[in-house]
Design a protein around this ligand. Structure first.
Ligand code: SPD
Length: 343
């Protein structure tokens, strides 16, 4: 074959496979272990694009990075209280419902209590329940309470979240207060309790606790439900409970930053994630519940009957979602700074 003919054939092949032109890139900034990798690949195939994932460890870290000038993200998954703040600061795009027909599948019972009930600028992605995970057989006399962090016999073998709203929230809940308290007196009491707990914990951490629990380095950890059930695949001795005082329930939402480069692709990804079969497959893989009502009948009993995923009504009644508390946030920052600095 002549050289020109070979080049023409190669060019035709490239055109056919779509490899000749640069594929659009969807840049997703999210928590780790938070989407089934096969689903990402399926979306890439179906949309002729590439999905690039970057991860953050806390809402505050993600927000700080964006505020410091990081750009180029098309889709983020902050918790609802952070979504409120970002929306108020004009950081998010309005969701174009005509591009996301699967929004009809979002659970109306969840939307009734959501912050953005009309999905104006956010679409719920996953419901997250905070609690305590431990290794059965390695921790004696477990009581279903946040007060487990006061156990001196477990000193150095426990972790709590590196997340001010979660860790201060756990202390507030233990004392019978709201996790959204703005009372200086209640926060001072919570600070004193969290300070007692700090003497027993190895570190504040949102990521390493998973591997640490699986390996037995840590015996009891402050944990998010889905992460724990993923870890239990590696170590069947892992147990999870929601403390009897009540807990924090979060929803991490899909949002499109105002400066997204691929907003149409971001809308398509949201629509893909709310396809009922995709939502169910994702939930089965990561053990977080996607509030997609049409997907519930597709979930196996392992998920549907798991009290750490579908909470008992009495525990749910005692639990709360983190709210954007406006200027009172500074009180939490003060408590958190002192807790982190304390020895
Ligand atoms: N590995 C996924 C963890 C998701 C955690 N979402 C955080 C909610 C904070 N309140």
């Amino acid at each position: 074959m002549k050289k020109g003919t070979v080049l023409a054939a190669f060019a035709a092949l490239l055109a056919l496979t779509g490899c000749g032109k640069a594929r659009p890139v969807l840049s997703l900034y999210t928590w780790s272990d938070y989407i089934k990798p096969d689903l990402v690949r399926r979306f890439e195939r179906e949309h002729g694009c590439r999905v690039v994932l970057d991860t953050f460890e806390s809402n505050e870290a993600m927000y700080a990075k964006l505020k410091a000038g990081a750009t180029g993200y098309d889709l983020l998954t902050p918790s609802s209280y952070m979504v409120s703040l970002m929306h108020a600061q004009g950081m998010l795009r309005t969701i174009d419902h005509s591009l996301v027909p699967n929004l009809v599948n979002v659970d109306p019972d969840y939307l009734a209590i959501a912050v953005d009930r009309t999905m104006d600028h956010s679409v719920p992605y996953m419901i997250v329940v905070s609690g305590i995970a431990y290794l059965e057989g390695r921790v004696k006399d477990v009581i279903p309470s946040w007060r487990m962090f006061g156990r001196a016999d477990l000193a150095g073998r426990m972790t709590m979240f590196n997340d001010m709203r979660e860790t201060i929230g756990a202390a507030l809940k233990t004392l019978g207060y709201s996790i959204n308290s703005t009372s200086e007196r209640e926060l001072a009491e919570a600070e004193a309790l969290a300070l007692e707990w700090k003497k027993n914990i190895a570190k504040y951490d949102n990521e390493q606790y998973k591997i640490g629990l699986a390996s037995g380095e840590f015996l009891l950890v402050h944990a998010w439900n889905g992460d724990v059930f993923q870890v239990r695949r590696e170590n069947p001795a892992v147990r999870f409970f929601v403390p009897e005082e009540g807990t924090i329930i979060s929803c991490d939402d899909l949002v499109i930053p105002a400066d997204a480069r691929e907003p149409a692709l971001a809308h398509a990804f949201i629509d893909f994630l709310h396809d009922p079969a995709v939502a169910a497959e994702n939930t089965v893989a990561i053990y977080y519940l996607c509030p997609n009502k049409a997907s519930y009948p597709l979930l196996p009993a392992e998920i549907r009957d798991n009290p750490g995923i579908f909470l008992a009504p009495e525990i749910r009644a005692k639990s709360e979602m983190i709210a954007d508390i406006g200027t009172a946030n500074a009180l939490y920052v003060g408590v958190w700074d002192r807790l982190k600095a304390a020895r």
